[in-house]
Design a protein around this ligand. Structure first.
Ligand SMILES: NC(=O)c1ccc[n+]([C@@H]2O[C@H](COP(=O)([O-])OP(=O)(O)OC[C@H]3O[C@@H](n4cnc5c(N)ncnc54)[C@H](OP(=O)(O)O)[C@@H]3O)[C@@H](O)[C@H]2O)c1
Length: 391
């Protein structure tokens, strides 16, 4: 039986991961058990998940949430008393629990320290939290090499590249090509982008996801984060990570080899396949599999991304090339800008401006340690966008 821990179990990826575990255990009883579950504020859902999967420990956002969880679980499952952690320390404890694999599906920079805690123990990581590899990719990959922990990508593009790379020699790989739906504003003019609302930005054409990543998809920052994530994960310079807009989201990503071949991984747009493959690698399970109808999804088309209308993608390439603490700065500025957009404090078109200004002001630390990265993230988050608010 494989022990899986899930931090971010109440989110879009977390809930789908629990469904994958139900399906895998339906195919082969007791092949997976859940060791820990962790969330931020949705304690009600966490209690229901814990009552079903009986983890040894849970972690919630704060002390009040911990009290609330104890009450709820006492009603749902009398007699069952898991350890209850809370806060940032609780999340780290949950990540460092004794388990075979940790799914990190929390959103944002809060995912960095738990990933490192698990990697240092040698636990395999199913990584959905892309912000970890963007801000601290070099450190995480170095520590993983030392401890023997495997980083198994859950992001569908990186899972696709990972699957295409299996059986290829690294020296034969020329580049990877990340596909991108183009988001809901793919055809909008620059002027029209000035006017878009939060409601429109949350209406993604092909994927149903958490709020922050959905806005990132609309600005193309999500693709920018993924370019850096791919570069760190697969050990390639960012300029060997290409992006192709592919509105149908059927090809999840590709790999070019030096003999001119292009390998693509295709499937219906669903996160369950990458989650299932990360949990069971290298085994492929039929449970819950969705079949692609090629004829219903024809034709497949490709466009070049437009960095003039979507500057976040160009900013991410720049941050990835600069390296050091710059990607952490870019990521934190984006997190802040998106949170301000959610609050209605800035416009959609302000998001790239906030990121660009933060990057211009940042003095990059070369070869940073984890403290430099966390300090950059914290300070950038505190200051980014404040000038736009005051106007
Ligand atoms: N959704 C997708 O299809 C998709 C695809 C590829 C990659 N990803 C990546 O996967 C990550 C998660 O995305 P998502 O769409 O699943 O996000 P989401 O639906 O917003 O879920 C985020 C999860 O993180 C938890 N969380 C947030 N802040 C926390 C904190 N301070 N401490 C502990 N837990 C915290 C939330 O708990 P509460 O809700 O209980 O507060 C929730 O369980 C992101 O990095 C995203 O870029 C997502």
């Amino acid at each position: 039986m494989k022990k899986v821990g899930i931090i971010g179990s109440t989110g879009s990826i977390g809930t789908q991961a629990l469904q994958v575990i139900r399906e895998l255990n339906g195919e082969e009883p007791e092949s997976f058990s859940v060791s820990v579950l962790a969330c931020g504020g949705n304690v009600g859902l966490l209690a229901k998940q814990a009552a079903e999967f009986l983890p040894e420990a849970v972690s919630v956002g704060d002390k009040n949430g911990a009290e609330q969880f104890r009450e709820l679980i006492g009603e749902l499952r009398p007699g069952y008393k898991p350890e209850v952690f809370y806060g940032a320390q609780g999340l780290k404890k949950a990540a460092a629990f004794d388990q075979d694999i940790l799914l990190n599906s929390v959103v944002g920079m809060v995912g960095i320290e738990p990933t490192l805690a698990a990697v240092k123990k040698g636990t395999d990581i199913a990584l959905a939290n892309k912000e970890t590899l963007v801000a601290a990719g070099d450190i995480v990959m170095r520590e993983a090499k030392k401890s023997g922990s495997r980083i198994l990508p859950v992001d569908s593009e990186h899972s696709a590249v990972f699957q295409c790379l299996e059986g290829l020699r690294s020296e034969d790989v020329e580049s990877v090509i990340l596909t991108c739906s183009g988001g809901p504003f793919r055809t909008y003019s620059k002027e029209r982008l000035e006017e878009v609302t939060l409601e429109q930005a949350l209406n993604h054409p092909t994927w149903k996801m958490g709020g922050k990543i959905t806005v990132d998809c609309a600005t193309l920052m999500n693709k920018g984060l993924e370019v850096i994530e791919a570069s760190r994960l697969f050990g390639l310079p960012v300029d060997r990570v290409e992006v192709a807009v592919h509105p149908q989201s059927i090809i999840h990503s590709m790999v070019r080899t030096r003999d001119g071949a292009v390998f693509a991984q295709m499937g219906v747009p669903s996160m369950k396949l990458p989650i299932r493959y990360a949990f069971a690698h290298p085994v492929r399970h039929a449970a819950g599999a969705e079949r692609l109808d090629l004829f219903a999804n024809s034709p497949l088309t490709f466009e070049k991304p437009d960095t003039d209308r979507f500057p976040c993608l160009a900013l991410a390439y720049e941050a990835g090339r600069t390296g050091g603490t710059m990607p952490a700065c870019m990521n934190a500025a984006n997190e802040k800008a998106v949170s301000l957009f959610f609050r209605g404090a800035v416009r959609f078109a302000d998001i790239p401006k906030i990121v660009e200004r933060a990057m211009e002001a940042h003095v990059t630390v070369r070869n940073p340690g984890i403290r430099d990265i966390l300090a950059t993230g914290k300070e950038t988050y505190r200051t980014a966008g404040e000038d736009l608010l005051r106007r």
